[in-house]
Write a protein that binds this ligand. Structure first.
Ligand SMILES: [Zn+2]
Length: 280
């Protein structure tokens, strides 16, 4: 029963995810239909017009400086958590609805992250409302409350010194850079604030379908980028988007400053060498 449903579901998900809108359209042309397929056209006019304040720390003035200091969490004992509370790390490959599909540099096309989703899985009927938790400790670098296309979203920055030893060896983060993890499409505005320190496994929200999606799922992106970045807002494909919001979106997605990689390389690196079921 489950295996007959999954292929249909994956097709739906591919056209629904946030990475799919047509970037050749004018950013002020209005919302792009969810069914618009990816194109191979980059966003020309914003790609190299970065706003300096977006790359440096420009914290919300309401946040006390005490919450913006780098984590002092010792490396030893740092826990790498599944982003989904009720799905342990080893279970994640079974609920990948749309895998990481990297675009060419500077392109908006394909899939910059990974989608965890299902329609009926084991005894569970729906993914809607499943608690989402932080994969690693860090500082909240962005909080969005429904801005298109990511919807209700959180980005957490983790310094290299706060990564588990195994992750440091895998990622080899260049000096002056950090790991950023994005969690999108949550049901309600995130439960954390910009500049807040979060711990591994700390609750961030619940799986939803905010932003550019018609199906409850968790979209996760992992990127390496300049440390201490703050995205006070980002929005695109929306008539309400300001220039600053569009520039922040482009900075994150296509500027090349924040290099994406397959989140599964962090979450389950051993999967590459694992023997597929049924083979010896
Ligand atoms: Zn996605």
């Amino acid at each position: 029963m489950i295996r007959r449903i999954v292929p249909v579901f994956i097709v739906l998900l591919v056209v629904a995810c946030s990475s799919d809108p047509d970037p050749v359209r004018s950013p002020t042309a209005g919302l792009v239909a969810d069914s618009v397929p990816p194109t191979e056209t980059a966003i020309p006019q914003f790609t190299h017009t970065l706003v300096p304040s977006l790359t440096a720390s420009s914290p919300n003035p309401d946040i006390s400086m005490g919450t913006l200091q780098p984590s002092s969490t010792p490396v030893a004992g740092v826990e790498l958590c599944s982003p989904l509370v009720i799905h342990p790390l080893v279970e994640l490959p079974e609920i990948i609805g749309d895998a990481y599909d990297p675009p060419r540099p500077g392109r908006e096309e394909r899939h910059h992250g990974i989608d965890f989703a299902y329609y009926h899985y084991q005894e569970r009927d729906s993914m809607l409302g499943e608690p989402v938790q932080a994969i690693l400790p860090g500082i909240v670098a962005s909080v969005l409350n429904g801005q298109y296309p990511y919807g209700n979203m959180v980005i957490v920055e983790t310094k290299e010194s706060d990564l588990p030893i195994e992750a440091q060896e895998i990622l080899k983060i260049p000096s002056g850079q950090s790991l950023y993890i994005l969690y999108a499409h949550m049901d309600q505005p995130p439960q954390v604030a910009l500049g807040e320190q979060v711990q591994s496994c700390q609750l961030l929200g619940e799986v939803g379908m905010s932003g550019n999606t018609d199906i409850p799922h968790l979209h996760v992106e992992t990127r390496l980028g300049p440390e201490n970045a703050v995205f006070e807002s980002m929005r695109f494909y929306d008539t309400r988007a300001t220039v600053a919001e569009m520039e922040a979106y482009v900075l994150w997605r296509t500027s090349g400053e924040f290099q994406h990689f397959d989140p599964m390389d962090l979450l389950l690196p051993d999967r590459i060498t694992a023997t597929p079921p049924g083979e010896s």
